[in-house]
Design a protein around this ligand. Structure first.
Ligand code: BG6
Length: 502
């Protein structure tokens, strides 16, 4: 497939011949649509991953179609200047847009949707994207089913569910059950945008397309593994969601535990959705259950106070709009997991995330054991721990940190870092949403969470949620600082301790 614009993704390598499809977005007036979905669809159209005869149908209310289209245009130009959107591109894209005004609770909305799909004739495939708060997921699925819109005799019908998928084990089980009453599991695409990130997918390629890593990838050589997502942003305008969620639910139960499964899983027998997900769930099943009396040592929570990010003064979490002044919600969470199987026995997996940290960095750090005997230990600069770092963002790529001799008449050691940027030109790195939307259109569920995986991950963190529910206070860290109480203790016994992103 020809690359139409150098500024756009290079994901076309995968480019299957695509048929026209209806892309229906519930919640089409929301932020996710403007910031992520529309830019991704625009890129897909531009590089041939979206058939030009497809239709994008937004379901929302309270505005006229033209107002909605103008708002989308503004969203793309504000949030994605790198797309260099010109008139011609926008005209081509906006010709695909159609709006259905309606309340998600009313049958009429789904009737109108059904009529609209009929009217567009011929375009029988449909993807339904739920870019709405979770309380609407089952209402939408039931509304679609009542109108026969989940029937796949004419073409595929796939429903994309955003996170959070439940707020605990019970609600996740209930949601799975309600969705599976009206949809086949193969029609449900539970999206976790971390799995769509190039460097997260690349992990599988690094692991299973090379022979040099796999022999080292176990308890004999690895001391511990750190998987992190540090953010400099605060909670922005999302207090209502975040107050109920906190960092553990928001990032660890979903994104970071998913990444952990990819790091820890055994080689799948083939690269298909179920083969990969079967291996991922085995990892989750091997996670050692948390015991109530060990949670203090294995899970830490903290909340940002006021401080500075760069030159900008920022307020404390409790001073954010719509946050209760005595809130104890954690904006930082760190959890030490153990995977009880042959490969990983004794290797801690420490997952951590936080808002209002000095910078936005997400990475996977594989920290190796120290040499069994160190000849250079007595030198002025003793050797440092070896690490292999997979940068998820920014500057995607890998770095190998080793010790080397200092030049000159000495055997003192110094840190040497071998870096391999993933793409020389950042523009060529695909964004998660275009990868994942394309996968839904081509029916590839490998990068989506299966129902049992989601339930298993909730089951693992339930004891932490239960213990934290009772808390009446929370530790604080200054916005813009790495001084987070409890983090050094969480790394007790780990070679090299906490790796603060550089
Ligand atoms: C979302 C969380 O799922 O991921 C946000 O709800 C977080 O709180 C975001 O900011 C981080 O995503 P990314 O791609 O910027 O690392």
């Amino acid at each position: 497939m020809e690359h139409k614009d150098k500024n756009f993704c290079n994901y076309c390598n995968k480019g299957d011949a695509m048929e026209p499809a209806n892309i229906v977005i519930f919640g089409a007036g929301g932020d996710l649509t403007k910031r992520k979905l529309v830019p991704a669809l625009l890129k897909m159209l531009d590089c041939g991953l979206l058939h030009p005869d497809s239709r994008i149908i937004g379901v929302l209310r309270g505005v006229e179609q033209q107002q909605w289209i103008d708002a989308l245009h503004k969203g793309v130009t504000d949030y994605c200047p790198e797309l260099k959107l010109d008139n011609e591109k926008w005209q081509r894209f906006s010709a695909m847009l159609k709006m259905i005004s309606g309340d998600l609770q009313e049958e009429q909305t789904y009737e109108n949707l059904s009529a609209s799909l009929e009217e567009l004739g011929g375009h029988t495939h449909a993807m339904f994207y739920c870019a709405v708060p979770p309380r609407w997921y089952t209402t939408i699925a039931a509304g679609l089913e009542q109108q026969g819109l989940t029937d796949q005799t004419q073409g595929f019908r796939r429903v994309v569910i955003e996170k959070p998928f439940g707020m605990d084990l019970k609600s996740a089980q209930q949601l799975n059950q309600e969705l599976q009453e009206v949809l086949d599991e193969s029609q449900i695409y539970r999206i976790d945008h971390y799995l769509g990130k190039e460097s997260v997918q690349n992990l599988l390629v690094y692991r299973f397309a090379n022979s040099i890593l796999e022999p080292l990838w176990n308890r004999n050589f690895i001391d511990h593994i750190q998987i992190s997502a540090a953010e400099s942003i605060g909670i922005e305008y999302r207090a209502n969601y975040y107050e109920k969620s906190g960092a553990l639910r928001d990032m660890i139960q979903s994104h970071l535990m998913q990444v952990m499964t990819l790091v820890a899983m055994e080689p799948p027998v083939e690269f298909t959705a179920d083969a990969v997900r079967d291996e991922k769930i085995k990892v989750l099943r091997a996670v050692r259950p948390f015991k109530v009396d060990g949670i203090k040592q294995q899970a830490i929570a903290a909340q940002y106070g006021s401080g500075c990010i760069g030159d900008e003064k920022v307020k404390a979490y409790v001073a954010e709009e719509n946050v209760s002044p005595d809130s104890v919600t954690e904006t930082f969470a760190g959890v030490r997991f153990h995977i009880d199987n042959w490969r990983w026995q004794g290797v801690p997996f420490i997952l951590w995330t936080g808002k209002r940290l000095p910078k936005r960095v997400s990475e996977i750090v594989i920290r190796f054991r120290n040499p069994p005997f160190n000849l250079f230990d007595t030198h002025a600069t003793p050797p440092l721990a070896n690490s292999l770092v997979f940068r998820v963002h920014p500057d995607e790529g890998i770095a190998l940190r080793m010790n080397a001799k200092m030049p000159g008449l000495t055997t003192d050691t110094q840190r040497m870092v071998m870096r391999a940027p993933y793409a020389e030109n950042g523009d060529d790195v695909s964004e998660a949403y275009e990868v994942l939307l394309h996968d839904v259109l081509t029916g590839d569920a490998t990068l989506f969470s299966r129902g049992d995986e989601v339930e298993e991950s909730w089951k693992i963190i339930e004891p932490i949620l239960a213990a934290w529910k009772e808390r009446i206070s929370v530790d604080r860290y200054r916005a813009g600082s790495w001084e987070v109480p409890g983090m050094d203790a969480l790394f007790e016994g780990c070679v090299g301790g906490w790796h603060k992103p550089g």
